[in-house]
Write a protein that binds this ligand. Structure first.
Ligand code: AMP
Length: 285
């Protein structure tokens, strides 16, 4: 695996790459969820590029940025073992060589769900993804379903700005007890780690209730109550929404996909998770 710590040397190298390129952007502290994206990219491309960049413009909380785990040497080992070809670690001074003045708006996609609680977050995501897509110029870019709203917004960004890339969502990788893998899980206490799988159980129960004909409003209320009643949990939101528009729904549609999404504080850690439901086939992938 080749490691590039500077953008210039990478951009020069990129010019000589002939085959298809798959790209997996990350913020490091890599786990099996990230590595599943690498594996899928390797299956579908001649060359796989992973980037590690803890992007300051997408953090709306200084403490979260400060405490974000940084484990570059271990990350590089994992990527090597996973068969990644290129690791790009751009320095912040190069990525933000000038203070950005651009801002992105996504006609409501960025105001729903996470957007209500993390002002500016998706602006920072759109900015860094745009920059990285220019530098890496991949044929395919891989994102986790765990951050469904991020995937929907990046897909829109790529359509609106005609980036020549296919944006691909990959299934959420979970611990055996159902907890979605996240770099933030490392910060949970032993007691919090034991409680955390309750998030996934509540999502699954909500899906069952929706299939049984209970209204989205009632399901949402029950889910919030159950989360709030769990020791150490401080739920921020729970929504039942259209998976493409991200707008909350009042009744189950006959076709298409819906997303059940939630954010819960296990203080000071904030965890998110979701379930995507294909209504037509009544499957929960
Ligand atoms: P991050 O480093 O948290 O910015 O994540 C980098 C990419 O990995 C994003 O596309 C995430 O959605 C994805 N990802 C994070 N956790 C998981 C997971 N548990 N399963 C699948 N993909 C994930």
């Amino acid at each position: 695996m080749k490691i590039f710590n500077g953008l210039k040397s990478w951009v020069n190298e990129r010019k000589n790459i002939k085959g298809s390129v798959g790209f997996v952007p990350t913020m490091g502290a890599l786990h099996a969820g990230h590595l599943a994206l690498i594996t899928q990219s390797r299956q579908e491309n001649d060359l796989t590029v992973c980037s590690i960049f803890v992007n300051p413009t997408q953090f709306n909380n200084a403490e979260d940025l400060q405490n974000y785990p940084r484990t570059e040497a271990a990350d590089a080992d994992k990527l090597r073992t996973a068969g990644c070809d290129v690791l790009l670690i751009p320095p912040a001074a190069e990525v933000y060589a000038s203070i950005p003045r651009i801002s992105f708006a996504f006609d409501g996609l960025d105001k729903a769900m996470e957007g209500q609680h993390r002002p500016g977050h998706f602006n920072g995501v759109a900015l860094i993804v745009s920059k990285l897509l220019h530098w890496v110029n991949p044929d395919r870019a891989y994102f986790g379903q765990k951050d469904w709203q991020q995937f929907v917004i990046v897909r829109q960004l790529v359509r609106d700005l005609s980036f020549p890339v296919s944006v691909i969502a990959c299934p959420t990788v979970r611990e055996p007890d159902g907890l979605a893998l996240s770099s933030r899980n490392q910060r949970l206490s032993a007691a919090q780690r034991q409680q955390a799988p309750q998030i996934y159980r509540v999502l699954q129960a909500a899906a069952t209730h929706l299939h049984a004909g209970i209204s989205p409003a009632q399901v949402t209320q029950t889910a919030m109550e159950t989360l709030a009643a769990t020791a150490g949990f401080d739920p921020e939101y729970f929504v039942v929404a259209d998976a493409e528009t991200l707008q909350p729904i009042n009744k189950m549609p006959d076709t298409g996909r819906i997303i059940l999404a939630t954010a819960v504080y296990l203080r000071p850690v904030r965890l998110i998770d979701n379930l995507l439901i294909d209504v037509s086939s009544a499957k929960t992938p």
